[in-house]
Design a protein around this ligand. Sequence first.
Ligand SMILES: [Zn+2]
Length: 64
Amino acid sequence: MTARPCPICGKPSAPAESDVAPFCSQRCKDVDLNRWLKGTYAIPAVEADDDEDEGGEGDSPAIH
Ligand SMILES: [Zn+2]
């Protein structure tokens, strides 16, 4: 079987052993993750500070 194309952009996806599989790149992986967080995972949020685009922190988010 051939590898499935990237579900985000349709390009050939990265090998299964890759960090970004089944996507083609980290960018597409992020896109999918964001869809998840903003769509399926839509929390009736009260917080307005949702735009964390600094992207520097490596620590895990607050886990309850
Ligand atoms: Zn892609």
